[in-house]
Design a protein around this ligand. Structure first.
Ligand code: NAP
Length: 242
């Protein structure tokens, strides 16, 4: 018996890094997973890895910063699996590591569009499926710089502060329908984004994406049925519960 048997999970940015690791972890727990990202080739590869652990997986290439593409993805999940029980808003971009005085407006707009507006668009669309069934779980990927701002994190940090705030707003709005919404800071993990942010860092000093997944399984499953509107830190959570 898996902890997510019978559940359908949509994981944005599930083609690599933490999103792919969450998709694999959910599939191992019995969920049917749907992953999306912009590049079809990496989605195809990730889907093969998920199938290799015995999981049911579908995928679809889409740019989630476009409202029309978000609608297409959510329609596809419902077409393929009939519903959505779990949404993980994981897709994100880093943007330039520049101080505000040098931060280009175009990059500012792009990072906010992908890291905050897309999360709003996906959440709004998926709630259209979750509210009528009076059941759902949403987990939003945050960051340490979404709680304490640091130099040269510009729009990325501003967007993640937005993710933390939106998590609380949506959690309060949907609690009457038995829908839970929480945020998780995964902490530094060995991914392409982290290597881009810290090019001089030795990746082997960091946890793998697989190591940060237990909190995501906990929040998606029934063990956390009372928990909503909260912010978790994957590393603290691991220390506390393992
Ligand atoms: N890694 C860390 O140390 C760390 C630390 C704190 C927080 N986080 C957060 O954890 C999450 C995962 O990070 P990661 O390191 O695994 O990142 P990553 O390896 O760069 O993966 C990002 C994923 O998002 C997708 N994506 C980006 N823009 C998209 C768009 N417009 N539409 C659809 N998909 C899009 C990417 O695929 P395509 O490029 O094909 O679209 C990819 O699948 C992010 O929210 C990140 O901010 C990570």
């Amino acid at each position: 018996m898996g902890r997510l048997d019978g559940k359908v999970a949509l994981i944005t940015g599930g083609s690599r890094g933490i999103g792919k690791a969450i998709a694999v972890a959910y599939a191992r727990e019995g969920a049917k997973v749907f992953i999306c990202a912009r590049k079809a080739a990496s989605l195809k590869k990730a889907a093969a890895e998920i199938r290799a652990v015995g999981g049911a997986v579908r995928w679809c290439a889409a740019d989630l910063s476009k409202a029309r593409e978000v609608k297409r993805v959510v329609r596809q999940v419902v077409h393929d699996y009939g519903t959505i029980h779990i949404l993980v808003n994981n897709a994100s971009i880093l943007g330039p590591r520049e101080p505000i005085t040098r931060y280009p407006l175009s990059a500012w707009a792009e990072v906010l569009k992908v890291n905050l507006t897309a999360l709003f668009l996906v959440t709004r669309e998926v709630l259209g499926v979750m509210i009528p069934q009076r059941d759902g779980v949403i987990v939003n990927l945050s960051s340490g710089v979404g709680r304490i701002g640091k130099a040269r994190w510009g729009a990325y940090a501003a967007a993640k502060f937005g993710v933390e705030g939106l998590t609380q707003v949506v959690a309060d709005e949907v609690k009457e329908w038995n829908i839970r919404v929480n945020a998780v800071n995964p902490g530094g993990a060995r991914t392409a984004m982290r290597a881009q942010a810290y090019p001089d860092e030795e990746p082997l000093t960091l946890p793998t994406p697989e190591e940060v997944t237990p909190v995501f399984v906990y929040l998606a499953g029934d063990e956390s049925r009372e928990i909503t509107g909260r912010s978790f830190d994957a590393r603290d959570w691991l220390k506390k519960f393992n």
